[in-house]
Design a protein around this ligand. Structure first.
Ligand code: 1CP
Length: 373
């Protein structure tokens, strides 16, 4: 069941924000910018409030979530907040034994390796999401007209952690399972899609103005594997909110779909049900736009707004190099029907926060009416 909160009304005040406008293919008065992983270890104020509190425990304390979500907004004047949480929070809320180990990432008590393991997974109870609704609602109230972006992990990326039991580089476990035990894979990806869909729905109904599905590790798949074994499950996660968000709802929350190394199948990511597509550093935004334009989907959509793609490596390459790169990214994005400036992946923990503030100032100073900056 849904629990519409009054903050869903508050989200309506963000419709004219630069972020939401760009994600709807409009040309806002300034270039919107936010950074994946803008909250977190690059900020001393984050390290201070997290002192002695476990990562997942901090995600279940609404006051702390609101404070951490606000920190980068106050510091950098970014055009959106990203809800402070993690892709494995809904697993924990469902009752799956998972911890975020400092310096490692998500680690499961028992990896999910067989159909029997999948069948034993608990479903996520709607009431378990009350803590998320409370945190979103409190954050949206403090944000005012600035939009909050909700998010969830895409089924493949979640399954990558669940099958391996911990972070891995090549994601052999889930990729083998697709072929060795397709029924187990279908069941696991279906479970992950339900949990992520519920997580997205709770955030949007509680007031998130947009949401992003993170398929961070989908780039380890071929386009064929993505189409045959993954796309429908990501589509199912988006479908859980398709009545209130995404391309089929004119005034709904735009839905972003992001992965790294996914340049070979950006149109498939659009067709899963995204309003806009995130791009990493491996191809230019102009090239991403060309590939999307050249491959219309079953619903007839081709070009969509793009998000990206400042190379995080250049944040530490010196200001002159970084400035030229940021200007080139903005110029490249001008070809798409809308552009939200972001990094190509998350903020590295060693980033000097003042560099991020300066990047935001630069982007906001660029003329939105000029194609070439
Ligand atoms: O103690 C800490 O500070 C741990 C670091 C950390 C943080 C700050 C983790 C562990 N998660 C988070 C928060 C988080 N995770 C956010 C909200 C903050 C923000 O973006 O500003 C979001 C959106 C995520 C999503 C997330 N978690 C993704 C997708 C985004 C991406 O970077 O690709 C992934 C892959 C995870 C798993 C995860 N959680 C944490 C780590 C270190 C990892 C990656 C582990 C690995 O390398 O596989």
């Amino acid at each position: 069941s849904d629990h519409p909160l009054r903050t869903r009304e508050a989200a309506r005040s963000t419709v004219s924000s630069p972020l939401v406008a760009a994600l709807r293919g409009q040309r806002p008065q300034r270039h919107p910018v936010w950074f994946m992983r803008q909250a977190g270890r690059s900020l001393p104020e984050y390290r201070a409030v997290r002192e002695g509190i476990g990562m997942l425990d901090s995600c279940l304390r609404p006051d702390l979530v609101r404070e951490i979500t606000m920190q980068p907004v106050r510091r950098h004047d970014v055009d959106a907040a990203i809800f402070f949480s993690d892709i494995v929070v809904p697993l924990r809320l469902a009752g799956v034994g998972v911890e975020i180990v400092p310096g490692v990432g998500p680690v499961l008590d028992s990896p999910v390796r067989s159909a029997a393991d999948v069948a034993a997974l608990p479903e996520l109870q709607d009431s378990s999401l009350d803590v998320i609704r409370e945190a979103v609602s409190a954050t949206v109230e403090e944000l005012g007209p600035r939009p909050l972006i909700g998010f969830a992990g895409a089924p493949f990326t979640l399954a990558a952690y669940m099958v391996e039991g911990r972070p891995s580089r090549d994601h052999l476990g889930p990729r083998t399972m697709m072929y060795a035990d397709p029924a187990a894979w279908e069941a696991l990806a279906g479970w992950a899609a339900r949990v992520s869909g519920q997580f997205l729905r709770a955030q949007i109904l509680a007031g998130a103005s947009a949401a992003q599905l993170f398929d961070s590790w989908a780039g380890s798949l071929s386009a064929t594997d993505y189409r045959q074994h993954v796309q429908e499950h990501s589509a199912a996660a988006f479908d859980a909110v398709a009545d209130l968000a995404g391309p089929r709802v004119a005034d709904g929350a735009p839905l972003l779909h992001f992965g790294t190394g996914t340049g070979e199948f950006l149109p498939l990511m659009r067709d899963a049900g995204a309003s806009a597509v995130g791009v990493d550093h491996r191809i230019s935004l102009a090239e991403a736009h060309r590939r999307l334009s050249a491959a219309a989907g079953p619903d007839g959509r081709s070009a969509v707004p793009l998000q990206g793609n400042i190379d995080p490596a250049l944040l530490s390459a010196g200001w002159d190099v970084l400035e030229a790169h940021v200007r080139a990214v903005v110029a490249s994005g001008a070809l798409a029907p809308g552009h939200v400036v972001n990094l190509a992946h998350g903020v590295p923990p060693t980033t000097d926060p003042d560099t991020l503030t300066r990047v935001v100032e630069l982007i906001h100073s660029l003329d939105v009416d000029r194609e070439q900056q």
